[in-house]
Ligand binder design. Structure first.
Ligand SMILES: *Cc1c(COP(=O)(O)O)cnc(C)c1O
Length: 400
C-alpha cells in the first residue's frame, strides 16, 4: 500500500528483540565468565603458574561459543579448546585469534581447516600422525600439535603402555612439531575412585618414556576442572577447565574458589487453569491430582533443552516460590503446580537462575535428574535465544 503524502513515513520496525519475541530465553553474563576465569587463574597462581586453556567446546557448554570465547580471550586466556575442527572454524569465523586446541580425533576429510584456520590439532593415534604429517607435507609446512596419551580413559590417545612402539610413527615425522603432551582423567570428580591416582602416575611415567625417546614437549597438561581443584600435582604447565568457567563446581569436589553461574534461563506463564480432583495434565495422563489444583503453562519444553525426567521431579521459580513440574514435559511446554500462588499469565518463570533470593542451579537440576551439570548446560536448545550481559560487544546470537 503506498504511503499517503499527508501521513509520516513510519520508522522501520525495530530490530526484533528476540527475548521479546519468544518468552523463553537465556541470558549469559560475560562478566561472570571473566570473573570465573580470573578465579581459576588466582587459584593456580604460584611460583610456576600454569597456563589456562579455556574449554569452549559444545557451543561453550551451551552458552554460545563466540561471545564466550571473545570474553575469555579478553580476560587473557592463552589458549582455547574445543571438540572438533568445525567448532574451531566457527570460533575463527567469529574473530577469535587465540590459539585453539582441537581435542577430538582428526578425520580425513576435515584436515584442511587445521591449515586454513591456524588450529592446533591433537594427535592421538599413529593414523592421525600420518594423515596430519602428509597433509603438512603437501602444503610444505610444519604443523604444531599436541600428543594425547591414554592413561586409562580408554578413549582417544596413544596407550601409555605402548609408547615405545607407537611413538616410532611420530618420531619419523619432521612435519609434526609436538608442542605438548596431555592426558585426560576419567574419574577426577570421584575422590573415592582409585583410577585417578593411577592415571596420574601413568602420565608421569609416560612423560619420562617420551623424554627417553627424545620427545620433550614444552607443555604438559592433564587437569580438567575437577582435577585442578583436587590435586595441584595435576597442574603441570597448563590446566584445562571447562565447567568452572561457567560457574559450576563438578559434583563430588569441594568448592574452593568463588564462582558465579554464567547462564540463567527464564520464561513467562502463558496460561493458568484449574484442575479437579482425579484429573491429569499432559501426555500419558499420569499423576492424577488428589485435591483441586491450579496449574500454569510455561512455554518451554524438551525442544528447548528441558529434560523429560523433570516430570514430577523438577521445579521452577514463580512469584518467588518453587513450583513443581507436574505432568509430562512436552516438546514446547511444561505445566507447573501453582496452587495458592496467585499466578497470572505474564508472570516471570525462572527455569535456571534466581528469583527473589531463591535459586535453582544447573548443579541442582543435574542432581535431581541423575546426570552431570555439563549435560544440563549443553542441552540448552538451539531455538533458545542467548542474550548477553557484560560484553564489551553485547553480541546477540540468535538461533534460527
Ligand atoms: C571437556 C574437557 C575438559 C574440561 O572438562 P571440565 O570437566 O568441564 O572442566 C578438559 N579436557 C578435555 C580433554 C575435555 O574433553
Amino acid at each position: 500500500m503506498p504511503t499517503s503524502p499527508d501521513r509520516p513515513v513510519p520508522d522501520p520496525p525495530p530490530a526484533p528483540d528476540a527475548a521479546a519475541v519468544r518468552p523463553t530465553f537465556a541470558r549469559v553474563d560475560l562478566d561472570a565468565v571473566r570473573a570465573n576465569y580470573a578465579a581459576v587463574v588466582r587459584h593456580v597462581s604460584g611460583p610456576r603458574t600454569p597456563l589456562v586453556i579455556a574449554v569452549v567446546k559444545a557451543n561453550a557448554y551451551g552458552h554460545g561459543a563466540v561471545p564466550v570465547a571473545r570474553a575469555l580471550e579478553q580476560a587473557g586466556a592463552a589458549m582455547l579448546a574445543c571438540a572438533d575442527i568445525e567448532e574451531a572454524v566457527t570460533l575463527r569465523d567469529g574473530g577469535i585469534r587465540a590459539p585453539i586446541l582441537v581435542f577430538g580425533a582428526l578425520g580425513i576429510s576435515d584436515l584442511d581447516g587445521v591449515f586454513t584456520h591456524g588450529l592446533t590439532p591433537t594427535v592421538s593415534s599413529p593414523f592421525a600422525a600420518r594423515a596430519l604429517s602428509d597433509a603438512a607435507a603437501r602444503r610444505g609446512v610444519t604443523v604444531t600439535c599436541h600428543l594425547k596419551i591414554d592413561t586409562g580413559m580408554n578413549r582417544l590417545g596413544f596407550r601409555f603402555d605402548n609408547l615405545d612402539r607407537t611413538m616410532q610413527d611420530v618420531l619419523g615425522r619432521p612435519r609434526l612439531e609436538i608442542a605438548a603432551a596431555y592426558t585426560h582423567f576419567a574419574t577426577a570428580d570421584d575422590p573415592a575412585h582409585p583410577l585417578f591416582e593411577r592415571q596420574r602416575e601413568r602420565f608421569y611415567e609416560s612423560l619420562s618414556r617420551l623424554a627417553a625417546m627424545g620427545i620433550r614437549p614444552p607443555l604438559r597438561h592433564a587437569a580438567n576442572s575437577a582435577a585442578l581443584l583436587r590435586d595441584r600435582n595435576t597442574w603441570y604447565d597448563a590446566v584445562r577447565p571447562g565447567l568452572l568457567l561457567y560457574g559450576l563446581v563438578p559434583p563430588g569436589v569441594a568448592a574452593s574458589i568463588p564462582l558465579a553461574a554464567a547462564m540463567t534461563m527464564r520464561s513467562r506463564v502463558v496460561a493458568v487453569k484449574g484442575m479437579r480432583v482425579g484429573e491429569t495434565t499432559g501426555y500419558g495422563a499420569r499423576a492424577p491430582v488428589d485435591r483441586p489444583a491450579t496449574i500454569a503453562v510455561v512455554p518451554a519444553g524438551y525442544a528447548d533443552g528441558l529434560d523429560v525426567r523433570m516430570a514430577g521431579r523438577g521445579s521452577v521459580l514463580v512469584r518467588g516460590r518453587r513450583a513443581p513440574v507436574v505432568g509430562a514435559v512436552s516438546m514446547d511446554s511444561i505445566t507447573i503446580d501453582v496452587t495458592g500462588l496467585d499466578v497470572t499469565p505474564g508472570d516471570e518463570v525462572v527455569l535456571v537462575g534466581e528469583q527473589s533470593g531463591r535459586r535453582i542451579g544447573a548443579g541442582e537440576i543435574a542432581a535431581e535428574l541423575g546426570t552431570v551439570p555439563h549435560e544440563v548446560l549443553c542441552r540448552t536448545g538451539s531455538r533458545i535465544v542467548r542474550t548477553y550481559a557484560g560484553g564489551a560487544d553485547p553480541a546477540r546470537e540468535s538461533a534460527p
